[in-house]
Ligand binder design. Sequence first.
Ligand code: ADP
Ligand code: MG
Length: 399
Amino acid sequence: MDPQVAEELDSFARSFKDVANRFRLVSKIGEGTFSSVYMAEDMEYDVFDNSWDLDRSPEGKRRLAAADTYPPIAKRQKMSMVPRRKKFVAIKRIYVTSSPQRILNELVLLHTLSKCDSIAPLITAFRSQDQVVAILPYYKHADYRAFYRQLPLREFKYYMKSLITALEHVHRHGILHRDVKPTNFLYDPAKRRGVLVDFGLAERESLDSSYCTCRDYGENDHIRQFTDRQPIGGYLKNDTRPGRRANRAGTRGFRAPEVLLKCLNQTTKIDMWSAGVILLSFMSNRFPFFNSADDIDAMIEIATIFGKPKISACARLHGSIFDTNIPTVPDRGFKLEQIVEWALSGVDGDDESQATTRSLDEEPNRGLAFDLLKKCLEVDFRKRISAKEALRHQFLEEI
Ligand code: ADP
Ligand code: MG
C-alpha cells in the first residue's frame, strides 16, 4: 500500500476510536471534494443476527443478502457449518469543512431512500466531535472508463435500466440527486447491476414559492419573445440588474440547461438530463462528452448541438436571454444520430485517438436507444422524460 495512504488510514483509526474498534481498514477507495471513502472489514457483523439489517422485513433481508460480500441469509445451523465470511463496508468520511446541515441532509436522505435495490443503504453512522462517517455496504464495481468502450449497446441497457430504476425511486420521494454521473453510480458489468451513491448534493424538490418564469408557462404554451430581461444589444459593462442566485450544485458537463440558466424551480428532471449525458457518452464512445470550463461554455456546447433558436427559447422560458455570435453555434441544430456518428468517426480532427471501429449499425436497439436519448436530452424540462416514463420506454422495458 502507498505509504501515504497507510499513514492516512492509521491516523484516521487513531482519531476515531469507535470506528477503529469495529472496523479493520483495508484500503482507500475514493476521494472527492467532500469526502474520503475507505474499504473496511466489519469485525462485529453478526452473521446470525444479520446485524446490518436495519430493515428487518423479509424483503430487506433479501436485499442485504444480495449485496456484494454478504453471506446468504441462512439458518443458524447451516451457517455454523461454514467458515465465517468477511463482510466489507465502505466508510465515507465526510470532511469537517462540510456544514453540519449538509452532513445531516445526506444522512437523512440516505436513510429515507434505503429501501431500493439500486441505492446503497445506510448501515449506520458515527460522530466524534466534528468528524462524521457514514457506513455503507461495500459494492464491488468497475471503473466506467474501463468498461464503457467494451460493452455493446445491448449490455449497456442494463446499466441504464439500473440507473433509472434508482432515479425513479429517488424521484418518487420528491428528491433530486443533483450529481448523477458515472463515479456516483457503482456498476458491476458482470452482475449487470449498479447502485446509486453520493447524496451529498441531494435535496428535496422545492415546494416553496421560489419563482422562475417557467412557472408561468403551460407545457404547450408558446414562449413569449420578450421577458423582463430585454435584449440589450451588445455587452453591458455596468449591469445594475440584480444577479440571480440558484442552486447550481452538480458536476461540470452533467448540468441540465435549466441549472445553467439558474432556474429557481428546478425539478427531478435535472437528473434525467444527466442520465442522458451518460447515455450520449456511451453511444458516442467519449467520456467525458462535454468538457466545458464553466457554465457559459457549457451553454455554448449544448447550443452547438441543439442550435441557437432552441436554446434561446429555453433561456426565455427561464426569463433569460441567450445570444451569441460564435460561428460554430448553428441556426439549425443537429440530430443526435449525426453527433454520435461524428464522434464515432472522430471527424472533429482534434482527437483521432478517440476514433473507433465500434459501430451502432448492427445493434437492433439502436433506434430505441436514440429515441430514449432524445427524450432525456430534451432542453425544455417540461417535455423531458421522467424516470417513471423512461422505465416504460421500449428500450428498457423489455429487460
Ligand atoms: P464524494 O462525495 O466524495 O464524491 P462518494 O459517495 O461519491 O463521495 O464516494 C466516492 C467514491 O468512493 C465513489 O466514486 C466510489 O468509487 C467509492 N465508493 C463510495 N461508496 C461506495 C460503496 N458503498 N462501495 C464501494 N465503493 C464506494
Ligand atoms: Mg461522488
